[in-house]
Design a protein around this ligand. Structure first.
Ligand code: ADP
Ligand code: TZD
Length: 599
């Protein structure tokens, strides 16, 4: 993480406060002295550590903080709901490797931000939730303060670390601790509790400046042991059917060139997890994504780089991995490259854990791979190539169809072309079917360009991620949203318009959660639980705030609308009506959905 200009070191931006000069014999003559306060110390501490953006929502006690932060040159992005500000901060953290900052008011504002903090911790995104809080003395005696809540205690189990600062002179330490906790080792969400009384506390500006800490080496490299690297290389070398799985930890590590070299030098087929798509272009000949259900059970040695064997990888066992039952181990040997020493053996035995930061681990492995490194056996590569080409042909046939009404495939075929033509655009994606189909149909070409629901499969990240992606990168953002998914953060289209961000939202609108053709089984007047208003005109929401709204029903209209949006960079919402019968319950994870026995 880079720090800001050396020029700022050591001096706090002093608020000139008029204080009575007590040395002048009780005279009320007031001499201006350089003082600083909690507001300025916090802003200076953040700036000193290279933080240039705050995502938040103002109110008591942090209203003035947002104003002063903007005045001090920080970019302050004000949201309509804290959860979206929190998601924005967390994904900014993922994209940049610097902790994303979310600022909220106390109790309800804090709680609104907390889901995003927990999601950041779960996804290993570095983020700091800074919340104002009420008076400690009153809160601790439960005396009923304005927005009373013991926020620190509530945040603690959901955060990687949680801190509270009570005195202005400790702000520097508090911010430094929060930054280190967020980005060192396995990244995560950190909570920083700042009671209202802290902000107006004053202290001498020079002493205040000295109390700030510019964090040196906030995310230190962690070098793997030579023995661990050797063990992993031996295993990989002896494999008949090796496979590499790249996870979002690999994307986060920003070791793109070395990861690509490792894959290409070894010649091992790889699978990208959802947010690792584009680390190597999805069109790479070694990508086994189109043969996923073949390679997982068949592989004999699997190297995980920044990916956990959680539910997204069927816990490394069961039928997906060639086990005979849903719980049986398929017999693969695993190498796991991860910064967390505790991750290994979480679900199945890890034969060769390589603990360290991915950059250091991958470069250490590369050092052990020479020109004599054996390419994987041709039978393995050929078998994969054959499945791949069969599946790709099948998919091409499906994508070429042009049914009426439009379905997920014919709509996403357009998005696929648009991303191909605009590989720098960032794709945000949420929904169930809207997520699963986009992930498999839309190829990504560059790292960290696909941002989605992550480890929890959480709905509501859409507009927060889109806003942060546009703010952080300045690139065009395309958010492909299920109509249900969009609803969780839809009001933020106002934020998109207010900040004039180049965000094009595409709602794949099938009138409901998963699909839109359910009816109330009782025949009563209420709609079915999963159905929404038919043909809702979501595009009018964007028009209401000065953006462009388009209603489309064909792939041709969708293409035209997306091209115009990308040319103009204007905030755009395209309401793409698709077949309400398209989609399955829970998308591709129907198996996780308990249903009552059919009677
Ligand atoms: P995916 O969902 O893509 O499979 P996960 O979120 O499950 O990915 O896994 C990411 C893993 O990457 C975590 O176990 C985390 O500890 C690890 N990780 C994150 N950053 C780094 C890094 N810089 N170096 C090494 N491992 C990392
Ligand atoms: N609430 C939260 C916060 N996260 C969730 N994942 C859900 C509820 C449950 N859920 C899903 O897992 S997907 C989904 C919900 C409500 C919406 C699916 O409908 P959609 O997408 O319109 O967004 P498709 O394309 O119609 O499936």
């Amino acid at each position: 993480m880079e720090s800001i200009t050396a020029a700022r070191k050591g001096t706090a931006s002093a608020a000139t406060v008029a204080v009575p000069d007590i040395t002048s014999g009780g005279q009320a003559d007031v001499q201006a002295r350089q003082e600083t306060d909690g507001f300025h110390l916090l802003i200076d501490a953040l700036r000193l550590n290279g933080i240039d953006t705050i995502f938040g929502l103002p109110g008591i006690p942090i209203t003035d903080l947002t104003r002063k932060a903007q005045a001090a040159g920080l970019r302050v992005i004000s949201f309509r709901h804290e959860q979206n500000a929190g998601y924005a901060a967390s994904i900014a953290g993922f994209m940049t490797g610097k902790p994303g900052i979310c600022l909220t008011v106390s109790a309800p504002g804090f709680l609104n931000g907390l889901t995003a903090l927990a999601n950041a911790t779960t996804n290993c995104f570095p983020m700091i939730l800074i919340s104002g809080s009420s008076e400690r003395e009153v809160v601790d005696l439960s005396q009923g303060d304005y927005e009373e809540m013991d926020q620190l205690a509530i945040a603690r189990p959901l955060a990687k670390a949680a801190f509270r600062v009570l005195h202005a002179e400790d702000i520097g330490v508090g911010v430094a601790r929060a930054i280190r906790a967020a980005v060192s080792g396995r990244p995560g969400g950190v909570y920083l509790d700042l009671p209202a009384k802290l902000f107006p506390q004053t202290m001498d500006a020079e002493a205040g400046g000295k109390s700030l800490i510019e964090v040196v080496d906030p995310a230190p490299r962690q070098i793997p042991s030579g023995e661990a690297v050797q063990r992993a290389l031996e295993l990989l070398k002896g494999a008949a059917k090796p496979l590499i799985i790249l996870g979002k930890g690999a994307a986060y590590a920003q070791a793109d060139a070395d990861i690509r070299t490792l894959v290409e030098k070894t010649g091992i087929p790889y699978l990208p997890m959802s947010m690792a798509k584009g680390l190597l272009p999805d069109t790479h000949e070694q990508s086994a994504a189109a043969a996923r259900s073949y390679v997982l059970p068949e592989a004999d040695v699997v190297m995980l780089i920044g990916a956990r064997l959680n539910w997204l990888l069927s816990h490394g066992k069961g039928k997906t991995w060639g086990g005979k039952t849903s719980r049986e181990w398929g017999g693969q040997k695993f190498i796991q490259v991860d910064i967390s020493p505790q991750e290994a053996d979480s679900n199945v035995r890890i034969d060769a854990p390589v603990v360290g930061d991915i950059g250091s681990c991958v470069s250490a492995m590369l050092a052990g791979i020479d020109a004599k490194w054996p390419k994987p056996p041709a039978e393995w590569l050929n078998a994969i190539a054959e499945r791949k080409s069969r599946n790709i042909t099948k998919m091409a046939e499906t994508l070429a169809k042009n049914p009426t009404p439009m379905n997920f495939h014919s709509a996403l075929n357009v998005v696929r072309d648009i991303i191909k033509a605009n590989p720098d655009a960032i794709l945000v994606n949420e929904g169930a079917n809207a997520l699963d189909f986009t992930r498999s149909i839309v190829d990504m070409y560059k790292p960290r360009k696909r941002l989605d629901v992550g480890t929890w499969g959480v709905m509501g990240i859409g507009m927060g991620f889109a806003i942060a992606a546009a703010v952080v990168s300045g690139e065009q953002v395309i958010a492909v949203e299920g109509d249900s998914a969009f609803g969780f953060s839809g009001m933020e289209v106002e934020t998109i318009c207010r900040y004039k961000l180049p965000v094009c939202v595409v709602i794949l609108n099938n009138n409901g959660v998963y699909r839109g053709d359910e009816v109330n089984v009782t025949g009563g007047r209420d709609p079915a639980p999963l159905g929404f208003t038919k043909d809702a005109r979501y595009e009018k929401l964007m028009e209401a705030f000065g953006g462009v709204g388009v209603h489309v029903t064909t792939p041709g209209e969708l293409r035209e609308a997306m091209e115009v949006a990308i040319r103009s960079h204007k905030p755009t919402l395209i309401n793409a009506l698709i077949d309400e019968k398209a989609g399955t319950e829970s998308g591709r994870i129907t198996g996780l959905n308990p249903t009552a026995k059919k009677t």
